[in-house]
Design a protein around this ligand. Structure first.
Ligand code: HPA
Ligand code: ZN
Length: 334
């Protein structure tokens, strides 16, 4: 059978997917109609007369990643919207044989628009329960703090999230990394760890301070994982630090094509994996990265790194060791 089928069929876990980054133009259109909202892509004030019109624009209008990503939030308002957002991802995950995921959500991006916590979380909960029951896809949620918002806002949101602690396994750090080192959030992460949650943080590829950010996340924040962290491969001392702390990396190679060459991504991924560091290849925000979902990212990894089918299956199975669910869930996945 072809490799393409093999990577579809192998049971997978996905540990780096922003649920808001899975909002397809089709669902965005449907929710905009539901609420009588105009759709605006990024700063572009153009209106769209049909879904086809929106889909064309989505592929052709140049907006930055964050413009595109945050402009989609606007249509997410009710419990039903959050349910449909999560459910449409779970259906796609099931079709690709993703058995377990730890999706990120950006609570601050919703509360600041006036969305109620209960609408957001109960919508997610209903989808999570239905996916477990009907699709054999299990979920634990990871709430990300927006690093371009204040540490005080992160702390407030941490407190509010505790009302849903049965759904949440960990806390992460995302959004714009420019001049926002992880140590700004040391206090809230320390509290989360003390309360028994797992911790991760984005160290995106090619950021100006990425090497120091990786060091902070590994050595100061005491994280359990790093999201991206590909630039650890540039420095032997960072490879050693990440390996010695047993930190897995969630890697989303398709997203790196925006800034990096094919060869430089492949070489670094291979170096990290050969150093014994566990990775979980994931999709990040597929609607804003050329509609590349987890299988596309796995196929790209194989092509970039020249791994055999057996090596790819080994990488996918290794990523099960990175999940934050209890042992009995792990055993059920493989
Ligand atoms: N990096 C930072 N913030 C994000 C990302 C990312 O890859 N995706 C969605 N928000
Ligand atoms: Zn991400």
């Amino acid at each position: 059978r072809s490799t393409n089928r093999l990577l579809f069929d192998v049971p997978k876990v996905e540990l780096h997917v922003h649920i808001e980054g899975t909002l397809t133009p089709a669902l965005r259109w449907k929710l905009a109609q539901r609420h009588g909202l105009k759709i605006q892509l990024g700063d572009n004030p153009r209106e769209f007369s049909s879904l086809a019109d929106l889909e064309d624009a989505h592929d052709s209008i140049p907006v930055t990643f964050f413009q595109g990503y945050y402009s989609g939030f606007e249509v997410l308002r009710t419990r039903e919207d959050f349910f449909e957002l999560a459910m449409s991802y779970f259906e796609r995950a099931a079709a690709m044989n993703v058995r377990y995921c730890e999706p990120f959500f950006d609570a601050q991006g919703h509360t600041r628009r006036g969305v109620a916590w209960s609408d957001m979380m109960e919508g997610f909960r209903e989808a999570q329960q239905k996916a477990a029951r009907e699709l054999n896809v299990c979920t634990s949620w990871t709430m990300c703090f927006l690093r371009d918002s204040s540490p005080e806002s992160a702390m407030e949101h941490y407190g509010a999230a505790l009302a849903y602690k049965d759904m949440i396994v960990g806390f992460g750090l995302d959004s714009n990394e420019y001049n926002r080192p992880p140590r700004l959030f040391a206090e809230v992460f320390a509290l989360a760890r003390k309360d028994g949650f797992r911790v991760t943080a984005h160290c995106d590829v090619g950021q100006r301070d990425t090497h120091d950010n990786i060091r902070q996340v590994a050595a100061e924040i005491g994280a359990d994982r790093i999201d991206h962290g590909l630039n650890a491969a540039d420095r032997p001392e960072l490879v050693a630090l990440v390996a010695q702390r047993g930190l897995g990396l969630t890697l989303c190679p398709w997203a790196y094509l925006r800034r990096e060459t094919f060869a430089s991504i492949g070489e670094r991924m291979r170096a990290l994996i050969e150093a014994g560091i566990r990775v979980c290849v994931s999709c990040d925000s597929p609607v804003y990265t050329d509609s590349a979902w987890i299988v596309h990212n796995l196929l790209l990894t194989q092509r970039m790194c020249g791994f055999t089918d057996e090596e790819m299956v080994g990488i996918v199975r290794g990523s099960v060791g990175m999940i934050w669910a209890p042992e009995e869930v792990k055993r059920r996945i493989l």
